[in-house]
Design a protein around this ligand. Structure first.
Ligand code: FE2
Ligand code: FE2
Length: 174
């Protein structure tokens, strides 16, 4: 399956973590230099979005310090748009995250552009369940590559101490 290969290739390539080494705060500042075309608040610097999210979660969950940190770093994967991280195109980094191998949901941001994706017209992949069965579970679903997946890899490969329930579990063999 071509799309599975592409996602695997991106995970392998970016899982090497051989692009740049920097602190979390340096990364927050670098993120200010990139623009996310799918973001409805384009006027707001990315760093403000990170801080506002962390502050809002801190207010609602004052004792969950791991959650404050997660909020602060949740969009740092958008640095993939930056030339020093390979300067990937917008469609490969931002926008919604969605399952592959089944129809693209119309609620995905910029849905009209999915018509240019070869899977859109592939009868194996463009039905409601596509290659999956009902209730197959998220662990058995292949999710698109993007900034979330990259940040997950960065955290995991750096030995994150964030609790397990906020990191993705590896698929369990069935
Ligand atoms: Fe995001
Ligand atoms: Fe965000």
């Amino acid at each position: 399956m071509n799309y599975a290969y592409q996602v695997k290739r991106m995970r392998e390539e970016y899982g090497k973590l051989d692009k740049v080494e920097m602190s979390i705060w340096e990364c927050c500042e670098l993120l200010n230099d990139v623009i996310d075309d799918s973001d409805p608040d384009l006027d707001e610097p990315q760093i403000e979005h990170l801080l506002q999210t962390a502050e809002a979660i801190h207010k609602d969950y004052p004792d969950e310090d791991w959650l404050h940190l997660t909020a602060l770093i949740h969009d740092l994967g958008k640095v993939l748009l930056h030339p020093s991280f390979g300067g990937l195109p917008q469609w490969a980094v931002v926008g919604d995250t969605f399952p592959l191998g089944c129809a693209f949901d119309e609620t995905n941001v910029h849905h009209k552009y999915f018509k240019e994706n070869p899977d859109y017209n592939n009868p194996n992949y463009n039905t409601k369940y596509g290659i999956y069965s009902e209730d197959c579970g998220l662990d058995n679903t292949l999710i698109s590559w993007g900034h979330d997946d990259y940040m997950y890899l960065v955290a995991k490969e750096n030995g994150t101490t964030l609790p397990q329930h906020c990191t993705r579990r590896e698929p369990t063999p069935t």
